[in-house]
Design a protein around this ligand. Structure first.
Ligand code: ZN
Length: 280
């Protein structure tokens, strides 16, 4: 099992950048990082080329796992939807250059008076088109449902129904353990799914606040909170998940006050403990 670090985990630690993330990932024995397109990559590319980024990854033997994040893809205005497609193409072009195969996309939040069937219909139509665009570049689109009431797709079951209806090999799901717990996604729904459709796993844990009230800042090191991670991973094993990589993704202000070296060290230690417990 490979271990990846999502750049969000040390996002607001002092003096961080994509260069620093790659260096720390190498130093602490990670295999991959997840580049953030909205800030880390944007900042880097303001002064460098995408080819230089490809060289940087190669020089430190770190691979890019998935782009984070193509935000708010469904139920958009015509202009908003055009923006999504443009952004997707941009990420696909970058992906080809740096060897990143997956774009993570998240559902629109704070939709007002839009029914669940309208959400399902729009999400399926958008993802069919996005899947076709990505396929031209040999890329995958991975839908990350958000475990919060304001998100238009907020449980595993809803997200899985959507990608089943899309029915494209290169469109699947990002299972973020925090989001799985956040709106009480059902383990039975995961048990019925095809593990091959789980493209990315975000590993984390959370404080035990009530369902529907959890925020990203409540995330904890994997294995130190209330999520039944063992149940999730044992189920993933049973449904044929590739067991290829987990990515540590937290947004905890307390960890942002730490030295980023410690964030990388502790992230790896906690991820390894969960992996060791669940995978031979
Ligand atoms: Zn995530």
């Amino acid at each position: 099992m490979k271990i990846s670090m999502n750049e969000a985990t040390a996002l607001n630690c002092q003096a961080m950048s994509i260069e620093q993330d790659i260096l720390l990932a190498e130093k602490y024995g990670y295999d991959m990082i997840e580049p953030r397109t909205m800030d880390r990559m944007r900042d880097y590319l303001a002064a460098h080329s995408i080819e230089e980024l490809a060289e940087l990854f190669k020089a430190h033997n770190i691979a890019p796992l998935a782009f984070n994040t193509l935000c708010f893809f469904n139920n958009r205005s015509p202009e908003g939807w055009q923006g999504i497609k443009d952004e997707l193409k941009q990420m696909c072009e970058w992906g080809q250059k740096i060897g990143c195969k997956t774009v993570i996309t998240v559902p629109t939040v704070d939709l007002k008076k839009v029914t669940r069937s309208e959400i399902h219909k729009s999400a399926v139509a958008c993802l069919k088109e996005m899947g076709k665009i990505a396929a031209d570049y040999g890329m995958r689109v991975s839908v990350e449902f958000i475990g919060h009431p304001a998100a238009s797709i907020n449980t595993f079951g809803e997200a899985y129904e959507i990608i089943q209806a899309v029915n494209l090999d290169n469109v699947g799901i990002t299972l973020d353990c925090f989001h799985f717990h956040g709106m009480d996604s059902k383990i039975e729904d995961l048990a019925k799914a095809d593990g091959k459709k789980i493209f990315i796993v975000h590993l984390n844990d959370t404080e035990d606040f009530p369902i529907g009230s959890l925020l990203d800042e409540d995330r904890l090191w994997p294995g130190t909170g209330c999520i039944n991670l063992d149940e999730i991973f044992q189920t993933l094993k049973k449904i044929g998940w590739a067991q290829d990589v987990v990515s540590v993704e937290l947004f905890r202000p307390e960890y942002y006050r730490m030295n980023p070296n410690d964030v990388y060290r502790l992230g790896k230690e906690h991820a390894e403990a969960v992996i060791k417990k669940n995978f031979a």
